[in-house]
Design a protein around this ligand. Structure first.
Ligand SMILES: *Cc1c(COP(=O)(O)O)cnc(C)c1O
Length: 466
């Protein structure tokens, strides 16, 4: 019981979910090409596919929806939204977009020329895809510890300043449009960056005339880890730390579907007026007018209310505690999980769990299939399938980390759901030797292939021994 505060909310409305039989799940997974992404959500019992847009809104947010001003231009809801972003994130110019990748598209088009280079603290699939589509090459400058699943560094999202200096020296500041920083780092398992490190990144980049852009999708969860772990910040509020993180940067792209406790939406935050004008021009083309950016007025109201709730200490504490409860139970049962536990997810190290299978069999994808078959729990592969092929050589990329990610939606599941997941993942791990085959592509899409790829067991009817 220790260390798990009761949820700071009570349930007012329920959505029934359905347990299924093993036979049913086998049929469903086969029909989905062994890719849990392609399952119908009704065939999933506990859905830990993502924490993106899967949050439960509060009664305050639902009532804010009713205040949505759906005027095409200059809606009141836009100004409520703009004020909430300015107050909590500190950016002067707030440009709405339909979700994070809409903002990535706009920012990449504004800043990137072909042949340029972008250093960042580990890649994120949609972020890097937009950078590459616009002709840039991404360079991972995260500290080495981030690639070691068992290293308990408190800030595995930190940038290795030596690596950043080397990229600047090799390509020259003029061919680096910006430094791309995420807080927390999703692909490292929700690992935070420290305020001190981000400040050093800012200093180095700015000394070379290079701007720094922040991916703020989970910056509030990042702020929690700063408060808990970084010397000097224990007495600061989450809201104060969030402002401190953003203060170092020149702008941000936000997927509100994460921290902001809504189901859709996003924004670009900027300080430079000229860049903001350019971005607004592109938003008109790709998203919608610059006072709605692809969102309804009610979406912007829900985000504004969600931002205010998202920085409340008891919310963040309970949120992270739920993740820690799941991770702690797995760790204590000997399941290899990435440590320290991250902010939004628990990552099961698939290379360690299925060490008897070759990585060419996509071990994390295989583990995701096994966990779904076991209990109707859906996680997502984060490994070679997500990493895609090298744009130059065309070869599969096998990143150092290969894991099954169990991401926890905010305010959605109770402790008994989380314990159900833990019990079943532990059982899959204990019977891991029954898994004797990996998966092979039967259909491989060109971009973001993990979403739509289809697979079949490599050399048999199923992944299991029977
Ligand atoms: C989700 C996410 C994005 C992309 O945002 P969408 O709203 O899904 O388009 C970008 N960066 C990070 C870190 C994310 O988690």
């Amino acid at each position: 019981m220790t260390g798990y505060p009761p949820e700071p909310w009570r349930v007012k409305m329920v959505e029934p979910i359905r347990a299924t039989t093993r036979e049913y799940r086998e049929q469903a997974l086969r029909a989905a090409g062994w890719n849990p992404c392609l399952l119908r959500s009704e065939d999933v019992y506990v859905d830990l596919f993502t924490d993106s847009g899967t949050n439960a809104m509060s009664d305050r947010q639902w009532s804010a929806l009713m205040r949505g001003d759906e005027a095409y231009a200059g809606a009141r809801s836009f100004y409520v939204f703009e004020e909430a972003v300015r107050a909590h994130y500190g950016y002067e110019h707030v440009i709405p977009v339909h979700q994070g990748r809409g903002g990535e598209n706009i920012l990449s088009r504004c800043l990137i020329r072909p042949g340029t280079h972008i250093p960042g603290n580990m890649y994120f699939p949609s972020t890097r895809a937009h950078q590459e589509l616009n002709g840039a090459t991404f360079h991972d400058v995260i500290i080495d510890e981030a690639h070691d699943p068992s290293c308990e560094h408190p800030f595995k999202g930190d940038v290795d300043l030596g690596k950043l200096r080397a990229v600047i020296a090799e390509f020259g500041p003029e061919s680096i449009p910006y430094v791309s920083i995420a807080a927390t780092v999703n692909m490292a398992g929700g690992q935070p960056i420290s305020v001190a490190n981000l400040a050093e990144v800012g200093e180095l980049a700015h000394a070379n005339g290079i701007p720094v852009f922040l991916d703020t999708a989970r910056a509030i969860e990042n702020a929690w880890f700063v408060q808990q772990r970084e010397p000097g910040w224990a007495n600061a509020s989450i809201a104060e730390i969030l402002l401190a993180l953003c203060a170092v940067t020149d702008g941000a792209v936000m997927s509100s579907k994460k921290d902001s406790l809504v189901n859709i939406g996003g924004w670009i935050g900027l300080r430079d007026s000229e860049l903001a004008e350019k971005a607004r021009g592109l938003v008109l083309l790709y998203e919608g007018l610059h006072t709605y950016g692809g969102m309804a007025g009610r979406d912007m109201e829900a985000i504004a209310a969600g931002i205010a709730e998202s920085v409340e200490e008891d919310h963040v504490r309970a949120r992270i505690a739920q993740v820690e409860h799941l991770g702690g139970r797995l760790r204590d049962a000997g399941v290899p999980v990435i440590l320290p536990l991250g902010g939004h997810c628990v990552c099961v190290d698939a290379t360690a769990t299925l060490s008897h299978l070759p990585r060419t069999g996509f071990t994390a994808q295989t583990l995701a299939a096994a966990v779904y078959l076991q209990a109707g729990v859906r996680g997502v592969e984060r490994g070679a399938v997500s990493a895609g092929r090298d744009p130059v050589t065309g070869e599969n990329r096998f990143p150092p980390l290969e894991f099954l990610r169990l991401a926890i939606p905010r305010r959605v599941y109770t402790r008994s759901h989380i314990d159900y997941v833990a019990d079943n993942v532990i059982e899959v791990h204990q019977r891991r030797d029954d898994i004797v085959r990996g998966l092979a592509f039967t259909y491989e899409p060109r971009h973001l292939r993990f979403f739509q790829a289809r697979f079949a067991p490599d050399g048999g009817e199923t992944i299991f021994a029977r």
